[in-house]
Write a new protein. Structure first.
Length: 221
């Protein structure tokens, strides 16, 4: 049984759920279908975060990465807020999304919530059912400690996400994203150009990019 409190689950605003579940076998994050290679970055972000930090994950799909990150937050004992931005409609220009969506018997958003409940982290997750650019307008400048981008992978979309979210990250915070690889040339080009334009040091690990805003960074006003 799941008891939800707060705003309606279909609201476009963020919702924090209070959950009561019957005892049962928990779902491990690795059992959730998805594309997730940045466990190391979750560990780093949580370890260095303050007790009341604010994280945003942009792009969640069924919640594989969200389940891992939320579990690390819970285990840390820190009161870190985790907002998860997604339309839960998939990305229309990605064939794999379209293929998987056609096979789904339940709405993607409902699957996400179910996975978060079964992973025992639904109470830590605040879904924001908006597009990336719409959601970014809800946050004040330099108010976030960690932002991870894994949304639309086209060059133009990544450019827009970088411009929209970078000003929201505090000095010393972590701004990062997924799929910096030859399979996604639009991501690589957009990130490289953004780092050069704003005098940022670009860190790479596996298929992730990492930028660290500092007092010398431009594009944050």
């Amino acid at each position: 049984m799941v008891e939800l409190s707060g705003q309606n689950a279909n609201s476009l605003e963020s919702t924090r759920f209070e959950v009561t579940t019957r005892p049962g076998r928990k779902l491990h994050y690795s059992q959730i279908q998805g594309w997730f290679t940045w466990e190391w970055l979750c560990d780093f972000a949580v370890a260095r975060a303050s007790a009341r930090a604010h994280f945003v994950e942009v792009g969640a799909w069924r919640g594989r990465s969200t389940a891992y990150l939320a579990r690390r937050i819970k285990e840390s004992g820190k009161n870190i807020r985790l907002d998860v931005v997604d339309t839960w409609k998939g990305t229309s220009n990605e064939p794999e999304h379209s293929r998987l969506l056609k096979k789904m018997r339940k709405p993607l958003y409902q699957q996400f919530l179910t996975n978060m409940r079964r992973a025992d982290v639904l109470d830590l997750v605040c879904p924001v059912r908006r597009t990336s650019l719409s959601a970014a307008t809800r946050y004040a400048k330099q108010c976030l400690d960690f932002v991870f981008i894994d949304a639309d992978h086209t060059y133009q979309a990544v450019q827009q996400d970088l411009a929209a979210w970078f000003p929201k990250v505090r000095e010393g915070g972590v701004f990062a994203g997924h799929d910096y690889s030859g399979n996604w040339p639009g991501v690589v080009q957009a990130v490289n150009e953004f780092a050069t334009k704003h005098h940022l040091r670009l860190g790479l690990h596996k298929d992730c990019w990492v930028l660290r805003p500092s007092s010398a960074s431009t594009g944050r006003v």
